[in-house]
Design a protein around this ligand. Structure first.
Ligand code: PLP
Length: 528
């Protein structure tokens, strides 16, 4: 039997029942015979305030050339870093990378994509076609998002992931959380099964549960052995093969989707290999489920840990071609030949979360269903106009990739710094902790080697309080378990992020507090 993929078959009852009409618009089908529309009608129907009522005449943007540019200019690689790094005999290495206008190598990287100046003006009216002016951007907008952004996101996806079928499109939303909410709404009926990673982003679990669907965990492999990418595909395959035996209570239920964070996974930090993605996609075809790919961190690709010798390594600063060819992990879109993958993107991690802006990439039929849900809930026009006018100033798709490379480079340094100082700690040397080296994103999970015969859950709970007392807040794995009883013996890790720190010194102080706290806990016979 040949199964032809039809998106319509996966829609929830709610999604199927929605119509897409606006109360202010008449259906042309109902016009009387002989009706002739007026060539230049006056709009008395939509409640759109004329832009003359808007209290802003112009917005001036001043863009950053580089993340933390003020530190760079005053020398992020200042003398204190050497002592913080505690690496002997390398004093000259740090000074070399200090940004100065006379350092030609730095200048090239620093200015890449910044253009001749870093100012952009957003006028009330009359912006060129790729920009959004205030008359448009502060107005009610098209529910799918502004055409300029739809065009940008489409070009961006083509350049970076290029889906393997024709009928895909993009659709703006208020960040990934909102995209996921709208996807869940149009897909899940009560009783549908959604496979999720054992440890995952908890708000999505709430959305699944709110619709009466059931999240079922897929086992995570948290070992630090080379080549492990965190997801146990054999487990997934066996689970699907013997579904009714493993979950007799869900026998016959529709397995609708697998929700996955494949790159720089939250919380574990793992990145699925090419082979894993191929196998998972094949399973999706065989067992006929969708893949919901949530990928906020994928653009922040990180090389395997290497000891930080200086603040930012110019030799690791990639060209766009290098980045695309051998650093960026492939999206599931690359494997998709029929529209089985719904990908959620966000600008929260590579632009700013306060924009509440992201987009969904999926088969047009899924986006149409989402459109009916989104009719009066498009993302903020202000966010869209700030984003669009900024990326155009940066130089469009490639300009934005250049900005991402700058963000990425800064994260590479931060990861290496945090990893290094945990690795150099006594807690590591005494094998109390082990580190999952993240190959993307902003999270590093540190495994706590609590002896097997101990109550892992209880000891992790105590250690969490110990760490708080040492002045370090980290997320214990169990807090991100999709099913706490399923994971009670597998959750002995903490998720640390190297994103929020103000500077290097804070990362190093955090690593010190964390490892001291762990050591203190072990020295005290695993008691508070
Ligand atoms: C896996 C995952 N999905 C979604 C989000 C939410 O992203 P947004 O800010 O775009 O809503 C996050 C943010 O932390 C996340 O880690």
């Amino acid at each position: 039997m040949v199964v032809t993929f039809e998106p319509q078959d996966y829609l929830s009852e709610k999604a199927k029942s929605r119509s897409q009409s606006h109360f202010a618009v008449l259906d042309p089908e109902t016009a009387p015979p002989g009706f002739k529309p007026h060539p230049s009608p006056i709009s008395f129907h939509f409640g759109k305030p004329n832009e003359g009522f808007f209290p802003i005449e112009q917005i001036d943007l001043t863009l950053a050339d580089f993340p933390f540019q003020n530190y760079l200019k005053s020398g992020i690689t200042n003398g204190s870093l050497e002592s913080l790094l505690n690496v002997k005999g390398r004093s000259d290495a740090y000074g070399q990378n200090q940004y100065t206008e006379t350092n030609a190598e730095w200048e090239k990287v620093y200015r890449r994509g910044s253009g001749s100046d870093n100012k952009a003006k957003i006028p009330k009216k009359g912006a060129s076609k790729d920009l959004i002016d205030l008359a448009d951007g502060l107005q009610y907008s098209e529910y799918r998002g502004y055409p300029q952004l739809l065009n940008f996101t489409k070009q961006f996806i083509k350049r970076l992931h290029n889906p393997g079928y024709e009928e895909w499109d993009t659709f703006m939303c208020q960040g990934a959380s909102d995209g996921l909410l709208k996807i869940a709404d149009v897909l899940f009926n009560e009783g549908d099964i959604v496979l999720v990673e054992e440890f995952t982003f908890p708000p999505v679990l709430g959305q699944i549960a709110a619709l009466g669907a059931i999240a079922v965990p897929v086992k995570a492999d948290l070992s630090t052995k080379a080549g492990n990418d965190g997801i146990d595909v054999d487990y997934l395959s066996n689970l699907l093969e013997s579904w009714g035996d493993v979950y007799p209570q869900y026998k016959g239920a529709k397995i609708k989707a697998f929700y996955t964070i494949p790159t720089g996974q939250n919380p574990t930090g793992f990145t699925q290999s090419d082979e894993t993605r191929t196998r998972v996609y094949e399973l999706a075809k065989k067992y006929d489920f969708l893949i919901l790919e949530d990928d906020p961190y994928g653009y922040i690709s990180l090389p395997p840990y290497s000891a930080p010798e200086r603040a930012l390594s110019l030799d690791q600063f990639l060209t766009i071609d290098e980045y695309l060819a051998s650093h960026l992990a492939p999206s599931y879109l690359r494997y998709d030949t029929e529209g089985r993958v719904l990908r959620v993107e966000t600008f929260s991690k590579v632009f700013a979360p306060g924009l509440r802006l992201g987009f969904v990439v999926a088969h047009k039929k899924f986006l149409n269903a989402m459109g009916k849900f989104q009719l009066l809930r498009p993302p903020s026009g202000t966010s869209q106009l700030i984003f669009q006018n900024t990326v155009e100033k940066l130089g469009g798709v490639d300009g934005f990739i250049n900005w991402i490379l700058k963000v990425r480079e800064t994260y590479v340094h931060r990861k290496n710094l945090l990893y290094h100082h945990i690795k150099e700690s006594d807690a590591y040397k005494k094998k109390y902790v082990d580190i999952i080296d993240p190959l993307a994103g902003m999270f590093m999970s540190v495994l706590i080697r609590i002896p097997k015969d101990e109550d892992q859950e209880k000891k992790m709970g105590l250690l969490t309080w110990k760490l708080i007392a040492h002045g370090i807040n980290a997320v214990p794995g169990i807090k991100m378990a999709s099913d706490k009883s399923f994971s009670k013996d597998n959750a002995n890790f903490f998720r640390l992020t190297f994103a929020a720190a103000e500077n290097d010194a804070e990362i190093l102080e955090g690593a010190k507090r964390f490892t001291n706290g762990v050591e203190d806990f072990f020295n005290n016979d695993l008691n508070y």
